[in-house]
Design a protein around this ligand. Structure first.
Ligand code: ATP
Ligand code: MG
Length: 465
């Protein structure tokens, strides 16, 4: 697939990242017979957009993850397109088009459930003439970036070399402006330009470096990794809604466990999950850490086998020990019953977590349901077990109980075993299981008080006596 990595790439790779001057370089062009990308691997809708833009005289290329993943023989998650048509010009060509974004103005072309994202080539953003279309904050963060430019400039504005590869349907060639083909071949995640400047412009690029390294099993180049620990704190300035979206891409990419481990190593986990980091230990042995490993491994497995995953389940598991520990503290300090303390702790923990990751309400409601069911799964007597079984969140709560059993052993493990048997048992066996349970709990109970009207003492009687 990469049988012609020319001296161009070698020349580029021999320079340090910040010594490269991409504007002076001509692209490495891999013609159709020198790469493995075939039109049949590309979404029909993306092809439609590319052809229509070309037919109307615009340049248009598939770029980013689409090209990168196809060159790696992986199935791309989505297909992004870059063009020299402005967003307004794109809209004129497609009825099913919506313009979105302030920071980056983009065209979304909707084909049923598939969205093809079309971005106009981005230019440099620093010159005076362009001040009104791009702006940075006092610490170098890009607030708006809507300066349009040439394809060469667009390539330099992209984050990593492996993401700056362009595939066109006019000549079916791959254009490489930043040495991405060689980096793909060598398995290197390398930022384009000076790493510190690029991270300051957009701190999320640090998370993306970790994501691509873990997801593609690649190594972050030395220069690209060097400033990360020192700049990780910049993530605190990123809006919580954007960090929530990123957290899903990081943890639900199919390589969630490796990504989490790498994020921890690079000090990037803390800005997203400060609550969890309070429970981190040197040897990764706390219950929170064990649960993180179990739930991320299971999420990765489910993705691999094409099963559905739910972010609420993931977050419920990740935050479970912080919430129970908080509940115990509250109950101890305030004298509230454990149940009431648990309710207060659930609110506290969710309120604190959404400050850094804006988990939408529909998910926080589900997280609470899954947590609360953990308290209810132990109460099975009478008709309760049958009622619990009917609940829409029962399956999630049971799966979660099993994970707790794995971490804690003891009562959660026994309870999970009971529910596993109960679910697969026939009706008669279920009834027997419940009778046994009722008997056992009846034996444990204090003798019940006799029913019937209780005679009330006359409260005045003593006084009068
Ligand atoms: P995937 O879609 O598989 O997660 P991707 O590389 O396609 O990976 P997207 O978020 O879809 O990632 O972005 C598409 C392209 O836009 C990237 O490949 C990159 O070239 C560019 N890009 C995205 N985010 C940034 C950023 N923060 N800074 C610079 N360029 C970016
Ligand atoms: Mg993409």
């Amino acid at each position: 697939m990469f049988n012609r990595v020319t001296s161009f790439c070698r020349k580029v790779l021999n320079l340090k990242d910040n010594e490269r001057n991409f504007s002076e370089l001509v692209p490495l062009v891999l013609p159709r017979d020198e790469h493995g990308i075939s039109r049949k691997d590309i979404s029909e809708n993306a092809l439609k957009v590319l052809y229509r833009l070309n037919k109307n005289g615009y340049k248009a290329y598939l770029v980013g993850g689409g090209v990168r993943d196809l060159l790696l023989d992986k199935e791309p998650k989505d297909f992004d397109i870059a063009t020299n048509a402005t967003p307004e010009e794109v809209r004129k060509l497609f009825r099913n088009c919506r313009l979105i974004g302030r920071r980056f103005r983009l065209a979304h072309i909707l084909f049923g459930r598939e969205i093809i994202e079309v971005a106009t080539f981005r230019g440099h953003h620093q010159s005076d003439a362009e001040k009104n279309t791009s702006s940075t904050s006092s610490d170098g963060m890009l607030l708006r970036d809507n300066v349009y430019g040439s394809i060469e400039e667009d390539a330099q504005r992209r984050d990593f070399t492996i993401n700056a590869l362009y595939y066109g349907v006019d000549d079916f060639a791959v254009r490489d402006y930043a040495g991405g083909v060689a980096d793909l071949k060598d398995g290197i995640v390398r930022l384009i330009g000076d790493p510190e400047t690029r991270y300051r412009e957009d701190p999320v690029r640090m998370l993306r470096a970790a994501r691509f390294a873990a997801k593609l099993d690649m190594t972050i180049s030395k220069e690209t990794e060097a400033p990360i620990q020192h700049l990780a704190h910049l993530l605190k300035d990123i809006p919580a809604a954007r960090l929530f979206e990123e957290s899903l891409k990081l943890l639900q990419s199919g390589q969630g466990l490796n990504t989490y481990l790498l994020l921890r190593e690079l000090d990037l986990f803390e800005p997203m999950f400060p609550l969890l980091c309070e429970h981190f230990t040197e040897d990764m042995s706390s219950k929170t850490e064990q649960m993180l490993e179990i739930v991320l491994r299971s999420t990765d497995k489910r993705i691999e086998s094409g099963q559905r995953i739910n972010p609420a389940f993931l977050f419920a598991a990740m935050l479970w020990y912080p919430v129970t520990i908080r509940a115990e503290e509250i109950s101890f300090e305030s004298g509230l019953s454990y149940y009431d303390a648990f309710m207060v702790a659930s609110n506290d923990i969710i309120d604190e977590q959404v400050k850094t990751l804006a988990i939408p309400r529909r998910f926080t409601a589900m997280i609470r349901d899954i947590w609360l069911l953990q308290l209810r799964l132990g109460r099975r007597t009478g008709n309760r077990a049958f009622k619990l079984l009917e609940l829409p969140k029962f399956r999630a709560a049971f799966d979660f109980l099993e994970m707790r059993g794995e971490v804690e052993g003891g009562q959660p493990e026994e309870l999970a075993n009971w529910w596993r048997v109960f679910q697969s048992a026939g009706n008669d066996s279920r009834k027997t299981m419940l009778q046994d349970l009722n008997k056992a709990s009846g034996n444990k109970k204090k003798p019940r008080r006799r029913r019937g009207p209780t005679r009330r003492r006359n409260p005045q009687a003593n006084k009068e006596a």
